[in-house]
Ligand binder design. Structure first.
Ligand SMILES: [Zn+2]
Length: 58
């Protein structure tokens, strides 16, 4: 299986998705720490996932 590569939409760092990664999977960017969600695998699209801790609104 080939590696799936994309860029972090927040900091632009190269991100490599391991084979076996599935759509909807969450993982942190190792550069900026933002939580990412895999939106699509072909092509690879990731988006910043909403941080649940920030939903308290204070
Ligand atoms: Zn990042």
């Amino acid at each position: 299986m080939s590696e799936l590569k994309t860029e972090c939409p927040v900091c632009g760092a190269l991100m490599i998705l391991l084979s076996g990664t599935i759509e909807g999977e969450l993982f942190p960017c190792r550069e900026c720490g933002s939580q990412m969600e895999v939106v699509s695998l072909d092509p690879v699209v990731v988006a910043e996932a909403a941080a649940e801790e920030e939903d308290w609104g204070q």
